[in-house]
Ligand binder design. Structure first.
Ligand code: 5GP
Ligand code: ZN
Length: 118
């Protein structure tokens, strides 16, 4: 069983934010913003590549709920899902990073020059 499956099952403790039958939200252990929460489906999917549109619809509703609970839905926030090797995914259980609580930086994500592709 993977790390986030164990967190969803409460076999490994975490600082919970919200939960329902399908999803779990908890604070990231190494926060990169004043609010940094991870949102996961309780069912294991390796990454965003593997989730169905139906499940993603339910997850969207849950993410909206968590952003409201945290009081950042109006001030703004960012959701990120790292996927696979180039995406920098370290934990191979689908998760969305919910970041906010301050004005977030935005910039280049890689050394590659975008004119190489467009
Ligand atoms: P990834 O790089 O896979 O998109 O993000 C994994 C995230 O999980 C990282 O931000 C990391 O800090 C967080 N993380 C890793 N292990 C744990 C843990 O045991 N508990 C919590 N709460 N977060 C974790
Ligand atoms: Zn898992």
């Amino acid at each position: 069983m993977c790390l986030f499956c164990k967190i969803a099952n409460k076999e490994i403790p975490s600082n919970a934010v919200a939960e329902n039958d399908h999803f779990f939200a908890f604070h990231d252990i190494n926060p990169k913003a004043p609010v940094h929460v991870l949102i996961i489906p309780k069912k294991h999917f390796d990454s965003f590549n593997d989730i169905t549109a139906e499940m993603m619809g339910k997850m969207t509703t849950f993410i909206h709920h968590v952003a409201k609970e945290l009081g950042i839905n109006e001030s703004g926030y960012r959701i990120i899902s790292n996927i696979g090797e180039d995406g920098g995914q370290e934990v191979k259980h689908l998760h969305f990073h919910l970041l906010g609580g301050a004005k977030l930086y935005w910039g280049h994500f890689a050394d590659a020059d975008s004119k190489d592709f467009f």
